[in-house]
Design a protein around this ligand. Structure first.
Ligand code: SF4
Length: 202
């Protein structure tokens, strides 16, 4: 019998297949830029099975992939890996789009509705790719499910870069010592797969 649970199961399987699993000597830029507690849970808890956030994530990934497919061959490189050594670990990132001739890096974000201002976590992420790829400038592209699009231009901010590195160090320490980082609540909590654990146990 086909039920909603079956379909959630399909999505979960897809997410697990695509999930990049990192060893302790790597912290991903997106982990350090977003809620550190969520990143900690991702590393230490199995993902819940019946979870709408898997569906939301894969819908967003579909848009990313279609745009990346279109722009490959137009001078853009996709999922470009960048690394930076921080003490005991590598800070690793994958930029959605990078144009080496133009020195431009682009981060794509699908959302339910356009934010009034870009999220700090998204700027931290884009800023890190701008730094790591030595890009001249970056663009943060929001694509809303309503069909609206908003683009923010960004130039390298060294203060944001050191903030991101400090966050990566904090996360690395939290994982190695199995100490849950503090909550970083915000609108992103709505689609957080760990919100029940997070709310239940401080
Ligand atoms: S519910 Fe919010 S604060 Fe808690 S882990 Fe998820 S994103 Fe972080």
């Amino acid at each position: 019998m086909l039920t909603a649970e079956t379909v959630y199961g399909w999505f979960r399987e897809l997410v697990e297949k695509r999930r990049r699993v990192y060893s302790l000597d790597r912290i991903h830029v997106s982990e350090a830029a977003g809620c550190l507690r969520r990143a900690y849970y991702e590393r230490t808890w199995p993902r819940p099975a019946l979870d709408p956030s898997n569906v939301v994530m894969l819908i967003g990934n579909g848009v990313h992939e279609k745009l990346q497919e279109l722009l490959t061959g137009k001078g853009w490189l996709v999922e470009v890996e960048a690394r930076y050594r921080v003490g005991e670990f590598w800070l690793v990132g994958h930029a959605d789009l990078y144009h080496p001739d133009e020195g431009v890096v682009v981060e794509l974000k699908t959302t339910n509705k356009l934010p009034v201002e870009p999220y700090r976590s998204h700027l931290l992420q884009l800023n890190a790719y701008t730094y790591m790829l030595r890009a001249k400038r970056g663009y943060l592209v929001y694509i809303a499910r309503s069909g609206e699009v908003k683009v923010y231009r960004h130039s390298l901010d060294k203060g944001m870069w050191s903030q991101l590195v400090k966050r990566a160090i904090k996360l690395h320490k939290a994982i190695t010592t199995r100490t849950k980082p503090p909550r970083e609540p915000g609108p992103w909590c709505t689609h957080c797969p760990y919100k029940w654990q997070c709310l239940a146990k401080r």
